[in-house]
Design a protein. Structure first.
Ligand code: ADP
Ligand code: ASP
Ligand code: MG
Length: 423
C-alpha cells in the first residue's frame, strides 16, 4: 500500500468526457490498494476566462475579489471529479481549500502555502475514500479565499504530498514527461527519464511551464518524489508505479542513474523560452553611486520583479544607459513609476519593447565545463540572431532576442547542443 497524490492539469480536466478518463486513471490507482488524494486544475481556458471577467468588471481590481472569482474554476472540476468517481462506484469527496484548510500567507493572487491540516484528510483516505482537492486555492489568516499564482495547482499537489507524507506526487499533464525543450516547438525534443530538482527549478523559472517554479522548490525542500506523466493514455499503458514519465531526482539519484547506464551525463539538460517579459531602457542616467538604486528601489517597493539588467559602458559627461526586463504584465506600472521619478533618477528617455523573448539553456554540466556560452552565441550568430542582453547563473545562460526569432533560436540551440532525438 502506498500513499499517492495525483494532480491533473487543465487540458486533462477539460470537459466531462476527459474527467471520466481521469476518474478511470484514479480508480485504477486506488484499485492497487493505494490511498489516493487527487488535486485538480480548472478546465483548460477557464482561469483565463475568469481573469478577463475581473478585468472587464474593474481594470484596477481588488486582488481579494479576483481570488474569489478565479478560484471558482477548480471548485467546479473538483466537484465534477468526485461525482464521476462516485458514478464509477468509488468512495470520493471534495475538500475545498478552506475546508481542509490549506492556510496561506502573503498577497492575494500570489499567496504561499503556510500549512495544510492533514489529519482529517489522512483519516478519510485511510477509511478508503478518495480525496479530491481543488488546486490553486487556499485560505488566508482572516478567512478569505486566496490563489497561488498561475499554474499554482502543481504547488498545491506538492504541498499536499508533503503534508500527508505521500510516497509519490504524480503530475499528470498533456505531455508524457519533461523534454529537452517544449515538444510543441521542437518536434525532435527528447523525453528525459529523470531531471534533477536543481535543473527543473531553473528550467521552470526561465519559462518551461510544465511545472510551476514554486512546486519544484517545495518538492526539493520537502523531498517529495515528483513524476511528470501523461493523462492521455490508452488502456494498455504502463501504470504510473512503473514510472513511465519523468522523475525529478536528487543529484545523488542522478549519479546512480548515470552509473547504471540509465541516463547519460549531459552538458545541457534543457532549453526554455519566455515571451512574457518586456525590455525597458533608460537613457543618459547619471553614472554615479546610487543612480541604479534610485531606479530599482521603487520597482521593488511595487513588487515588480526585475530580471536581466545591463548597465552600459558610460558615455561622455558621466552618463550611461541602463537596460532591464520586467514581466510584460507589470510594464505599464513600471513605466508610470519611473516617469514619476524622472527628475530624481535623472534619466533622459524611457524606451520600452514588449516584443522580446528570453531563451535559456540549463544544465548542471556547465558548472564544470567551459564553452557552453560561447557555443550558444556562435550558434545564434550563425543564423543571424542578434543578442540584446545576456545573464548567467551557475547552471544557466539566458539571452534576450527579438520575439519573432524565438522558435528559430530554440531549434538552432537544440541542434547545436546535440539534443535532437534521432528519428
Ligand atoms: P497543465 O495544464 O497540465 O498544468 P501546462 O500547460 O501548465 O499543463 O504544462 C504542460 C505544457 O508545458 C506542455 O503542453 C508543453 O507545451 C509545455 N512545456 C514547456 N516546456 C516543456 C518541457 N521542457 N517539457 C515538457 N513540456 C514542456
Ligand atoms: N487554473 C490555474 C491556472 O490556470 C491553476 C493551474 O491550472 O495550475 O493558472
Ligand atoms: Mg500547469
Amino acid at each position: 500500500m502506498a500513499r499517492i497524490v495525483m494532480k491533473f492539469g487543465g487540458t486533462s480536466m477539460a470537459g466531462t468526457e476527459r474527467i471520466r478518463r481521469v476518474a478511470n486513471i484514479v480508480r485504477a490507482q486506488a484499485a492497487r490498494g493505494d490511498q489516493v488524494a487527487v488535486v485538480v486544475s480548472a478546465m483548460a481556458g477557464e482561469t483565463d476566462r475568469l481573469v478577463n471577467f475581473c478585468r472587464e468588471a474593474n481594470p484596477l481590481y481588488d486582488p481579494a475579489e479576483y481570488d474569489v472569482v478565479v478560484a471558482s474554476g477548480e471548485q467546479v472540476t473538483s466537484g465534477l471529479l468526485a461525482l464521476t468517481l462516485q458514478a464509477l462506484g468509488c468512495k470520493a469527496r471534495s475538500w475545498l481549500g478552506w475546508q481542509l484548510p490549506i492556510k496561506t500567507i502573503e498577497a492575494h493572487a500570489k499567496a504561499r502555502i503556510d500549512e495544510i491540516d492533514a489529519p482529517a484528510l489522512i483519516a478519510a483516505m485511510e477509511a478508503g475514500e478518495i480525496a479530491v482537492i481543488p488546486g490553486f486555492q487556499g485560505v488566508s489568516e482572516d478567512g478569505r479565499i486566496t490563489t497561488l499564482g498561475r499554474g499554482g495547482s502543481d504547488t498545491s499537489a506538492v504541498a499536499v504530498a508533503a503534508a500527508i507524507k505521500a510516497d509519490r506526487c504524480d503530475i499528470y499533464t498533456d505531455v508524457d514527461g519533461v523534454y529537452t525543450t517544449d515538444p510543441r516547438i521542437v518536434a525532435k525534443a527528447k523525453k528525459q527519464k529523470a531531471v534533477t530538482y536543481e535543473e527543473m527549478l531553473e528550467l521552470a523559472s526561465v519559462g518551461a511551464k510544465v511545472l510551476q517554479t514554486r512546486s519544484v522548490g517545495l518538492a526539493m525542500k520537502e523531498k517529495v518524489r515528483v513524476q511528470v506523466l501523461s493523462s492521455f493514455i490508452g488502456d494498455g499503458a504502463p501504470p504510473a508505479d512503473d514510472l513511465p514519465g519523468t522523475m525529478i531526482v536528487s543529484d545523488e539519484e542522478m549519479d546512480e542513474l548515470v552509473e547504471k547506464g540509465l541516463m547519460e551525463r549531459q552538458l545541457v539538460t534543457g532549453i526554455a523560452h519566455d515571451k512574457n517579459e518586456a525590455k525597458v531602457i533608460l537613457t543618459r542616467v547619471p553614472d554615479r553611486p546610487g543612480a541604479v538604486a534610485n531606479i530599482f528601489e521603487p520597482l521593488a517597493a511595487a513588487s515588480i520583479n526585475v530580471d536581466m539588467i545591463i548597465q552600459n559602458v558610460g558615455r561622455d559627461k558621466g552618463e550611461t544607459d541602463v537596460t532591464f526586463t520586467v514581466p510584460q504584465s507589470d510594464l505599464a506600472r513600471a513605466q508610470a513609476l519611473l516617469e514619476d521619478r524622472r527628475d530624481s533618477i535623472g534619466f533622459n528617455r524611457i524606451i520600452t519593447d514588449s516584443k522580446i523573448a528570453k531563451i535559456s539553456v540549463v544544465g548542471v554540466g556547465m558548472k564544470s565545463h567551459a564553452g557552453v556560452a560561447s557555443s550558444m552565441f556562435r550558434a545564434l550568430s550563425d543564423r543571424g540572431i542578434n543578442i540584446q542582453a545576456i545573464s548567467t547563473s551557475e547552471i544557466k545562460i539566458s539571452v534576450m532576442i527579438d520575439e519573432d526569432e524565438t522558435e528559430l533560436a530554440v531549434r538552432v540551440l537544440h541542434t547545436a547542443y546535440g539534443l535532437d532525438a534521432v528519428s
